[in-house]
Ligand binder design. Structure first.
Ligand code: NAP
Ligand code: GLV
Length: 310
């Protein structure tokens, strides 16, 4: 009943320790040291090499090391057909994303960039700020992370609206859905936060048309995936002043190439894809709970629906 770890981006030792503390009976192996392929029941994976998983005849579930599953979906040949792929849903990711979004929202809301520039210039200039209740936040994606961010922001007093594919009811959040709901959400967002999964339907969604529909002076926070945004359209809107700024954690190409204009753009605050990182210490209990479900003969939660792409 082995668990096989397959990721060049995560620390196997941390995971081995965190899982062994909860389930010492599950042997932990790090690819390519597979041992007996027939003993492998579970894989914990991110961007697995194409030959890592297909030769495992008794594989019962592939646990994504990320909330997004593009790290697996981008390598379809690496996924044995019929084996469920399970998204990572865990407390640390939800808390980390809510913290990141609150950080960026509050920074823009309170003029962080302006005051840092004033400090550099030795300038003492006081500006009146809006109150949280006067700054409307729109969240694209009302899933696990979108709702976690929404709870944090409503707690801070911001009016929050959100957008999802299917209709939703979320406490204190004005919910929009479907193609028709997008226009209303965007038109009423002083700060637009992207927490969508990357799918053929959402790729390139944040383009010139969507940005033009935002109120003048709006701000974009992208913590989902770089390919949701059309980079040249974002740059044009920042340069024209239609957008006041952008906080970007994710990029079409990562690491962001050294000559990319985002690096030195005065209206962009940039972080290296750290908004919410899966933490072994908080995620191991979630993985163990999913294994327990499978052992009881129940289906795991948060299985990716390959038809809808997330
Ligand atoms: P999730 O629970 O699956 O939620 C996805 C949300 O997006 C759902 O509300 C879904 O609508 C909505 N959605 C999907 N396709 C849509 C469409 N075509 N139109 C409108 N709404 C659509 O995902 P999650 O756990 O919140 O994660 C969201 C994303 O965050 C991940 O996929 C990943 O890309 C990103 N992420 C980034 C970081 C980072 O460090 N930067 C960390 C973790 C995750 P329904 O509710 O109707 O299904
Ligand atoms: C990180 O980006 C994730 O999808 O968990």
């Amino acid at each position: 009943m082995t668990l096989l770890f397959v990721s060049a981006a995560d620390d196997p030792e941390e995971w081995a320790g965190a899982l062994a503390a909860l389930r010492p009976d599950i042997p932990f192996r790090v690819w390519p040291d597979v041992g007996d392929p027939a003993a492998v029941r579970y894989a914990l994976a991110w961007r697995p090499p194409a030959d890592a998983l297909p030769g495992l005849p008794n594989l019962q579930a592939i646990f994504s090391l990320g909330a997004g599953i593009d790290g697996l979906a981008d390598v379809p040949e690496a996924l044995p057909p019929g084996v469920p792929v399970v998204r990572m849903v865990e407390e640390g990711l939800s808390a980390g994303m809510a913290e990141y979004v609150a950080w960026q929202v509050l920074d823009w809301h309170r003029g962080g960039a302006l005051y840092r520039a004033q400090q550099q210039a030795g300038e003492w200039r006081r500006r009146r700020s809006k109150l949280a209740g006067e700054r409307r936040i729109g969240i694209l994606g009302l899933g696990v992370l979108g709702q976690s961010a929404a709870r944090m922001l409503t707690g801070l007093g911001f009016p929050v609206a959100g957008w999802s594919r299917t209709a939703k009811t979320v406490d204190q959040v004005v919910c929009h859905h479907g193609a028709d709901g997008l226009a209303d959400l965007v038109a009423g967002s002083d700060i637009l936060v992207n927490l969508l999964p990357l799918t053929p339907q959402t790729e390139g969604l944040i383009n010139a048309d969507l940005i033009a529909a935002l109120p003048k002076g709006a701000v974009l926070i992208n913590a989902a995936r770089g390919r949701h945004v059309v980079d040249v359209d974002l740059l044009a809107a920042l340069d024209s002043g239609h957008l006041a700024g952008a906080a970007l954690d994710v990029f079409s190409t990562e690491p962001l190439p050294p000559d990319h204009p985002f690096w030195r753009h005065p209206r962009i605050a940039l972080t290296p894809h750290v908004a919410a990182l899966t933490l072994a210490r908080t995620a191991a209990p979630a993985v163990v709970a999913q294994i327990a479900r499978i052992e009881r003969g129940e289906a795991p939660l948060h299985v990716v629906d390959t038809g809808r792409g997330y």
